[in-house]
Design a protein around this ligand. Structure first.
Ligand SMILES: Cc1ncc(COP(=O)(O)O)c(C=O)c1O
Length: 384
């Protein structure tokens, strides 16, 4: 159709590099090919029983109307209690962590402002920054340093246009965690330049090997905004429940936007959490994390006799495979693994140029499927 006169904003948002491979995987599946799909980014577990009961109860009690825009007070109190010294007025509950990040960026970014992203980063950040009129500035990292930047590398990117830094810790796509010393330095740097820090902590409950997580809520700096949610830890991606934790004035500003674009998070999802969080953590989250760990260990073992070296994830359900022995960059490698071996992965380039020698796989799938993937990927030979 000619001249639809859609917004020019859409021209600057590029389709994700991963879509190309994902669409081809769908096509092959439709044609009847047996594809081992390791590209998915959501837990393969059911919602915890206590949350399920909470959902049914909320429905039975007809709690299906709009709620307070900022989120049901009881829920906000329970979320606040997870963070030391935080009050309910500092929480905004919304439809997923993703919306929380977008609202936060809308609340702080003016046209021309720069937002620093650390590679590898979650794909959506770039597009959200662009939609807000900002410019993302990518901090490159290297495999030799485990994709952990130095504070000097970060400092070098700060200018008078810099407004914020986004940290995703632990990160998607690698399950990489930023060391506490670096977080200390980043907060100091942010204070010095009065920068906002958006700390996306959505994977903070999925930790392995007794890694302890250092939330940004431990720092006394009013421009830190934490985004989190229940999609990953409680395996409820489709129920759309996320939240932000911020200084009360920032929370109020974000909620002002939320009132107009989101109204409120789904009511039954909000009520389902109230009074049920503890049981979900004790029973379900523990089981999920130990299952993810078993799968991760299976992959670590399985990839030993392949051409792929891996980055051992300390958290999340993602793993990065080094594909450099294929003599291809990630998009080509991802297509090759799909077409020739029937394994769907996400090309590293989707997460920044620094990891174009990697593809991301997800282990949010059964051991049987992972075993099959290992068998297929063991057949892959180095090229060149
Ligand atoms: C790093 C990161 N942040 C945020 C999200 C979005 O989570 P939600 O489903 O709560 O919107 C995802 C989902 O894949 C993610 O990987």
């Amino acid at each position: 159709m000619n001249n639809l006169r859609l917004s020019s904003k859409l021209d600057i948002i590029k389709p994700s590099a991963s879509l190309q491979v994902a669409n081809r995987a769908k096509e092959l599946k439709r044609e009847g090919r047996d594809i081992v799909d390791l590209s998915l980014g959501q837990p393969d577990f059911p919602v915890p029983e206590s949350i399920k009961t909470g959902l049914f109860t909320a429905l039975e009690e007809n709690k299906t109307g709009y709620t307070e825009s900022q989120g049901v007070l009881e829920l906000r109190k329970e979320i606040a209690a997870q963070y030391k010294g935080v009050k309910a007025e500092q929480i905004v509950v919304c439809s997923g962590c993703k919306l929380g990040i977008y609202l936060t960026l809308e609340a702080i970014v003016d046209p021309g402002d720069e937002v620093v992203l650390i590679e590898p980063f979650w794909v959506s950040y770039v597009h959200m920054v662009t939609l807000c009129g900002g410019k993302s500035v990518n901090l490159k990292t290297s495999k030799h340093k485990g994709f952990i930047p130095s504070i000097d590398e970060l400092k070098a990117l700060i200018s008078d246009k810099t407004k914020a830094i986004i940290l995703n810790n632990p990160n998607n796509p690698g399950g990489i965690m930023l060391p506490k010393e670096l977080l200390d330095q980043i907060v100091e740097l942010a204070k010095e330049h009065q920068l906002f820090i958006i700390a996306d902590e959505i994977y903070s409950d999925i930790l392995f090997d007794k890694n302890s997580f250092h939330s940004l809520c431990h720092y006394d700096y009013e421009r830190i905004i934490i985004t989190n949610g229940f999609s990953k830890n409680f395996a409820m991606t489709g129920l759309r429940l996320g939240y932000i934790v911020a200084h009360s004035e920032i929370a109020a500003a974000i909620n002002k936007l939320h009132q107009h674009v989101g109204t409120c998070a789904p009511s039954i999802a909000q009520y389902s959490i109230i009074g049920n969080m503890e049981e979900a953590y004790e029973v379900d989250v523990q089981t999920m994390v130990s299952t993810y760990k078993r799968r991760r260990d299976l992959l670590i073992e399985g990839f030993k006799n392949t051409i792929f070296s891996i980055i051992i994830p300390q958290a999340t359900f993602y793993m990065l495979l080094d594909i450099s022995k294929l003599g291809m960059k990630s998009l080509e490698a991802s297509s090759y693994l799909l077409e020739e071996f029937g394994v769907a992965t996400v090309p590293g380039i989707a997460f920044g140029e620094s990891i174009d020698d990697y593809v991301r796989i997800s282990f949010a799938t059964s051991e049987k499927v992972l075993q099959k993937a290992i068998e297929r990927l063991s057949e892959v030979k180095a090229i060149g």
